[in-house]
Design a binder for this molecule. Structure first.
Ligand SMILES: *Cc1c(COP(=O)(O)O)cnc(C)c1O
Length: 422
């Protein structure tokens, strides 16, 4: 787990006087420092870019910080494309890795010069129709290695059971078709893991893609100009797990690059990523207050948030470290289920967790929530999602998303019309 929460107890108490819990807190300095380490590790390649997966934390302030650190964006919907553009991430720094995409979204991406990453061979024709009979100058394809790639984990499943990407045969045909159609520049993408902590896994994925690049050159006469390794780099949610060493991953991939890409005459080849989780995950926290206690067959502590603010534990049984502000060094001599207020029994931030004694009013911090946290929120049960606060590098705080109101929740309803409805 990350023991990197940036505020001591009195600083957090002071913050909660101004911004009431629950809220997300993000650490700008830590996000920037991590991104710089990531970029530095991959500076051993002729060209590198991380395209932040917008879905992980779709907040324009976060996107702007990452843009300043050299990141592009990975989008999969029209709102994500628009948000990236509004945050200053534009043109070919945006990769549109979508699936089951409507024509209007392809049109928007094309008009804004975004790189379109096709998920299927039939989408070549669909894209052409969508764009009035032409294809973009640059096209990327998403590869699904099927049973060729082993050892994938449970969130994303086995490649041969995944709905994404083109098969090996299809991908060769797809590049040949596009070449004939006059497409000039090409990329190759895959994403076969989620929350993977083993560096060797990513080296192996790169090797697979590099060898495919060489084969595509040989069989289709197409020179791939960038390889997009997708996301899936994990973070150590659990105590005792180790963060992925970016340098180790980069060096391993560089070895394969020298072994496969250079002799194939494909150097310089750009290396892209679409990571979300390792970029913001460890640098965001959900800060809550303990509001109730109950003692039945188990001991329960209820906090003023719920699964609507952070779905991962309820949805995947995901582990998130929980700490109590000011009690970091207190003995963990209680066992609690830390729960939210949703009418669903899976709404538990922690199950049978050893924690220090929690009293009403204690600030309970849920760690590693900076990616796929607030973003996966929902409004079931009429729950209003919490806001987001950014801790700036100078230690000041900025509310970068306000908490939802009842008016927000009802905004799509016709409350006037219903008065006359009978
Ligand atoms: C979700 C996703 C990502 C980001 O994954 P992380 O685990 O957050 O790094 C990147 N690319 C695609 C296509 C995705 O679906």
């Amino acid at each position: 787990m990350s023991d990197n929460f940036p505020l001591n107890h009195s600083e957090l108490m002071k913050l909660t006087e101004k911004f009431h819990t629950p809220f997300y807190l993000y650490d700008e300095k830590a996000i920037r420092e991590n991104m710089r380490a990531f970029t530095k590790a991959f500076s051993i390649f002729p060209e590198f870019r991380e395209h932040y997966a917008v879905k992980a934390c779709p907040n324009p302030y976060i996107l702007k910080i990452l843009m300043e650190e050299g990141c592009g964006a990975d989008c999969s919907s029209l709102p994500e494309l628009i948000l990236s553009d509004l945050s200053g991430i534009k043109g070919d720094h945006v990769i549109f890795t979508s699936n089951e995409t409507p024509a209007s979204e392809y049109q928007y991406a094309y008009e804004h010069g975004n790189i379109i990453n096709l998920d299927d061979i039939t989408h070549i024709e669909f894209l052409k129709e969508s764009l009035g009979g032409k294809l973009p100058d640059t096209i990327c394809f998403r590869y699904n290695p099927g049973s060729e790639k082993q050892g994938c984990n449970s969130i994303i499943g086995k490649p041969e059971e995944a709905k994404y990407g083109l098969t090996r045969e299809q991908i060769l045909e797809a590049y040949s078709i596009c070449k004939k159609e006059g497409v000039k520049r090409f990329g190759l993408h895959t994403m076969v893991a989620s929350n993977e902590l083993n560096p060797a896994f990513f080296v192996d994925t790169a090797k697979l893609l590099f060898e495919l690049c060489a084969e595509i050159k040989e069989k289709c006469g197409v020179n791939i100009e960038f390889v997009d390794l997708g996301g899936g780099l994990g973070i150590p949610y659990k105590p005792g797990q180790k963060a992925v060493d970016y340098d180790e991953v980069a060096r391993g991939i560089r070895e394969e690059y020298d072994r496969v890409i250079v002799p194939a005459g494909l150097d310089p080849l750009a290396i892209y990523w679409e990571c979300g989780r390792p970029v913001t995950g460890p640098y965001g926290w959900l800060v809550t207050t303990a509001v109730h206690h109950k003692h039945i067959y188990r001991e329960y502590v209820a906090v003023d948030s719920c699964m609507a603010d952070l779905m991962r534990p309820g949805m995947y049984g995901a582990y998130h470290e929980v700490t109590v502000s000011g009690k970091e060094n207190a003995p963990k001599d209680h066992v609690y289920d830390v729960v939210g207020s949703l009418c669903e029994n899976c709404d538990k931030f922690a199950v049978q967790r050893e924690l220090p004694e929690i009293n009403r009013g204690d600030l309970v911090i849920i760690h590693d929530a900076g990616a796929h946290g607030r973003a996966m929120g929902f409004n079931y049960n009429g729950k209003l999602r919490c806001g987001e606060i950014l801790m700036r590098e100078d230690g000041s705080f900025k509310e970068i998303r306000r908490r939802e109101t009842v008016e927000d929740l009802f905004a799509t309803l016709d409350l006037n019309g219903v008065k006359d409805f009978n």
